[in-house]
Design a protein around this ligand. Structure first.
Ligand code: UD1
Length: 423
């Protein structure tokens, strides 16, 4: 087990490039199961979650070959329809094979995800949606057993909440269903658009990408194809906040700034200069950070995946702000760690009152989850001394070359084997 050690106080300047979006790549890999043949994804990030999905696909009989950031997945002949508990327990997004397996093979057996570090994260909308499409779904002994021997039949599926995962599973299922599937109150995240673009290249017929109503006219079969994963807006947002903390100018490239619209608007309100280009932004700051309230919401609202990083910025603001988490029930866990670094945070339900302090103080801290972990490293960039962040496997799930990219901007940062580590 390694840790990330960061010495605070260095000014950050320069340019970093982000990779393909984790949350898109994982779903595109699942979608590749829909078509016999070999599909190639490019701009695939080299992160631990992609490795887990790679392993899961191999277990299903879909061999994948990686070359640099390209991944070719051969789903010609699938040999299993099961996502076992060991895989789902390692990565919740394993459940995204549910829709593609049942659509392609007429059956799927997927372990129920348990709780995770950011809340209970139910899966009821995925199941109800598939049932509406005529899939017989049983939930027993910790597994979802989905069977549709005669295929799926399109219908209108209204979602109670624009769930990203449910929208994705239903898109994949609807692509091969008989007739028309309409997903109402669909999620609109850029990663959903990316999945729709991939499915369309495979031959799917879909209307309404990027809107709340997505209409899918099912086709008999899909074909393998090539697709480039959309740039990772959350990885980008993390370096954007690093740039705001480290004063910049920092340029972050490889993503569409429109995908980070509200985050960039909030940063501007916080006194950060934001200069947008076509494929990135340049961030700089000369004055103090101003306090700004944010509330997380489904896209195009403020992303819950940027909440922790923004809280770190607000922790050193010149005043108080309120951060409201509306998407996940338990996403303030990292705030206790941030408080150990001198942040003044009071949590009340899904609100956090953050009173800015002039300086954070370096301390040993522990990652509680992926984005919270990244936010602690960001805090270390502006703390007075040396911060050691442990349990960094959370960060490795979703950031390729996190330490190297921050170091390239001038951060004094390194990875260290934890004292007493056995491997
Ligand atoms: C995805 C992203 C995650 C991001 C989240 C919201 C991946 C791998 N993960 O997660 O990084 O933070 O979108 O943008 O893409 N819910 C239900 N029933 C359901 C499904 C969801 O109650 O059937 C609830 C969840 O418990 C949660 C909320 O809806 O409180 C949002 O979940 P959802 O949008 O589905 O997020 P994920 O797809 O799990």
């Amino acid at each position: 087990m390694s840790s990330i050690v960061v010495v605070g106080g260095r000014r950050l300047t320069g340019e970093v490039r982000v990779g393909g979006a984790k949350n898109s790549a994982l779903k595109l890999m699942a979608a590749a199961l829909l078509a016999p043949g070999a599909s190639t994804l490019t701009n695939v990030p080299a992160i631990a979650d992609v490795d887990v999905m790679h392993e899961l696909l191999a277990g299903l009989g879909a061999g994948a070959v990686r070359s640099d950031h390209a991944l070719t997945i051969d789903a010609s002949s699938l040999t299993s329809h099961e996502a076992p508990y060991e895989m789902v327990a390692r990565m919740r997004a394993s459940t995204s094979v549910l829709g593609s397996l049942v659509a392609r093979l007429g059956r799927a057996r997927v372990a129920l995800p348990g709780g995770c570090n950011i809340g209970s994260r139910k899966i009821d909308m995925h199941i109800e949606g598939l049932r509406a499409l005529g899939v017989h779904v049983d939930v027993a002994h910790g597994y979802i057993e989905a069977v549709a021997p005669d295929g799926l039949t399109g219908t209108v599926v209204p979602l109670d909440f624009p769930s990203v995962g449910a929208t994705e599973n239903l898109l994949m299922a609807g692509a091969l269903a008989r007739g028309r599937t309409v997903i109402e109150n669909a999620a609109r995240e850029p990663e959903i658009r990316d999945l729709i673009a991939f499915l369309e290249t495979m031959g799917a017929r879909i209307e309404g990408a990027g809107t709340s109503t997505v209409t899918i006219d099912g086709v008999e079969s899909l074909h393998a194809c090539e697709h480039e994963v959309v740039g990772d807006r959350i990885e980008a947002g993390t370096y954007v906040v690093a740039g705001a903390l480290g004063k910049g100018p920092v340029t972050v490239r490889g993503f569409d700034p429109e995908h980070l619209d509200i985050v960039l608007a909030k940063l501007a309100a916080a006194g950060v200069d934001v200069d947008r280009a076509k494929d990135g932004v340049t961030i700089s700051r000369s004055g103090p950070v101003q306090p700004v309230d944010v509330a997380t919401l489904p896209y195009p609202g403020f992303p819950t995946d940027m909440q922790a990083q923004f809280m770190t910025l607000m922790a050193v603001a010149d005043g108080s702000s309120v951060i409201t988490e509306n998407v996940f029930e338990n996403r303030f866990m990292f705030a206790d760690e941030l408080s150990r670094m001198g942040a003044d945070i009071r949590i009340d339900g899904h609100h956090a009152l953050v009173r800015g302090v002039p300086q954070l103080s370096a301390a040993p801290v522990r990652c509680t989850d992926l984005r919270g972990g990244a936010a602690l490293v960001l805090a270390g960039l502006v703390a007075d001394g040396t911060t050691a962040v442990t349990d960094v496997h959370h960060i490795e799930r979703g950031y390729e070359g996190f330490v190297q990219k921050l170091a390239s901007l001038g951060a004094e940062i390194r990875t260290e084997a934890a004292p007493g580590a056995e491997e």
